[in-house]
Design a protein around this ligand. Sequence first.
Ligand SMILES: C[S@@+](CC[C@H](N)C(=O)[O-])C[C@H]1O[C@@H](n2cnc3c(N)ncnc32)[C@H](O)[C@@H]1O
Length: 156
Amino acid sequence: MRKIKCIWVGKLRKKHWQGAAEEYLKKLGRTFPITEIILKDAPGHLEGTAKNEWEGKKILEKIDSQDFPIALDEHGQCITSVKFSKLLTQWTEDPATSPCFIIGGAYGLSKDVLSRCRYTLSLSPMTFPHELARVLLLEQLYRADSIRRGTPYHHI
Ligand SMILES: C[S@@+](CC[C@H](N)C(=O)[O-])C[C@H]1O[C@@H](n2cnc3c(N)ncnc32)[C@H](O)[C@@H]1O
């Protein structure tokens, strides 16, 4: 079964992010059901590292033993969409595991989350807001699936 889990920190508050995310979730839903786990932001009185450690603990609680956790982080591996499609096929076809993509909040992912992850994916060496990173990842998942199926969405 091809299934993908996504752990996000924080809601998409603006309509334009919601609309963009929904568009790709709907397209992906036809072939790749996505399970989204949306975690609350850390309490407002926490700052910097304390914030990402608090969020990190909540993220770790949601990673199951059969998950193959993939951190989204600007310092990770920057790869082509074709390579991503191959990796995604490999991850989703492994009967023992299923991919679990993780996007952090405003202060990023904690060291514990990064070290628990089995792959770290960068969307660019530049830093994006988590809402945009979420939309970009969903679009790349859709593109990767289109490449795998040979549908005319990606033009090499
Ligand atoms: C605003 S960024 C956090 C920025 C930065 N790491 C920090 O510590 O301040 C929020 C989240 O979006 C995701 N993100 C932002 N830019 C990214 C990129 N270029 N590649 C992959 N993920 C990115 C990451 O999951 C990150 O934890």
